[in-house]
Design a protein around this ligand. Sequence first.
Ligand code: AMP
Length: 277
Amino acid sequence: MRIILLGPPGSGKGTQAQLLLQRYGIVQLSTGEMLRAAVAAGTPVGLKAKEIMAGGGLVPDEVVVGIISDRIDQPDARHGFILDGFPRTVPQAEALDELLKHKHMKLDAVIELRVNESALLSRVETRVAQMRERGEEVRVDDTPEVLTKRLASYRSLTEPLIHYYSERRKLSTIDGMMAIDEVTRAIHRLLLALGAIEPKSHNRSAAKSAPAKTVAKKAKAAKKPAKTAKKAEKSAKSAKKTAKKAVKKAPKTAPKRAVKKGAKKAAKKVTKKRAKR
Ligand code: AMP
């Protein structure tokens, strides 16, 4: 399953992505997370992105497209992924279309989490408070000033993606103002309706049961050769028996008998002739 979560900062993309990946066993590809990791590690990408991110701007398209392209190639993304925070611009969406086409992959859905802008500031404030409570480092761009910039950039650069994906019949919109678990349920129903998941994927264990099914199938298939071997052994044995029987009845003896019979006849003839004489 490959989906995109679309929505402004604070719309719950990250929260939903976390819940979905637990449920369906797929990976979350968050460009924001990857860039923060790059900044923390001081990589060349991180050094490039650091200031831009702190100011609430967007990192150049080619940088994030490169990161995503590499990440999609990782083995853990084989079963599917949720793109969170990417694409953020139309050129990024076009680049994504290209690279998915190149990798022979298909997007199942683009899910827009629609929220009231008035709720976003308080949501981000809650996120900051929760991160502080957990003793986590608070994001430098989670301040009211930077959030205003990030929102403005969402409106001008990311919102056009709603049109982009709706034109391509990929867009589904979900009310992101509902409670977290209600949003998760709505996403689940949507994925079911789209056929992106099987009806049994209700929880993590169910999600795991899909591969398990494959394993069971494989096990069955693996048993088959054993069965076939047994069958072959059986038929070899019966073939041996038949062969033995065949050997007993064998035409092998027939020529012998024929020879004997022939010899007897010849002998009788000779005796008769002698008797005549
Ligand atoms: P996020 O965690 O998604 O809110 O992203 C945090 C910051 O990382 C953004 O404000 C941008 O500076 C940068 N960023 C994340 N994803 C992208 C992207 N797809 N394109 C450009 N910049 C991005």
